[in-house]
Design a protein around this ligand. Sequence first.
Ligand code: SME
Length: 180
Amino acid sequence: MINEILGIKVSGQTILKSKNVFNILAKIRKMLKDLQPKIKSIILDSDTSVDARLQGICTLLKENVPYYNWVGYYFKNGDKEELKLGPYAGEPTDHTIIPFGKGICGQVAVSNENFVVPDVKAQDNYIACSITVKAEIVVPLFVNGENVGQIDIDSNTANPFTVEDERFLEFVNNEVAKIL
Ligand code: SME
């Protein structure tokens, strides 16, 4: 599937796919690296509100990474042990409040660690937003060492996320932390 996303046609033979793994990862790395200066320029646009800048980042990611189909921010809701939906790009979701511990997002709120889900059907503690979603990645956002929220990405592609996405989304969240 990831080959199709990146426009690399392979015959379907495993051996041929494995030869292309380095090429595929290099393409993903370049695609994500090229977005870094764009993220920085959105962050630096101090005439724009924080929410509008977060919205801009969500839209930039959704529009430029083919396997990012829903991109949103959740933040700790004041003193409550729950997450509240912030800016996002993609279909509206009913899950605007998520208790800590519930779903992938709620688990990241308490684990403070990245959560990569290659196949959402294999997760017991998962909150479905759309039947089209096959995979999810959630990366926590730290301000002064405190987990204040997270970026959440849903994919309609099976098993699309690699360590490249984790490093990239950590970069994005480090940038976002500068304006919170
Ligand atoms: N799937 C998430 C819920 C949020 S939606 O993906 C927008 C979860 O299990 O926490």
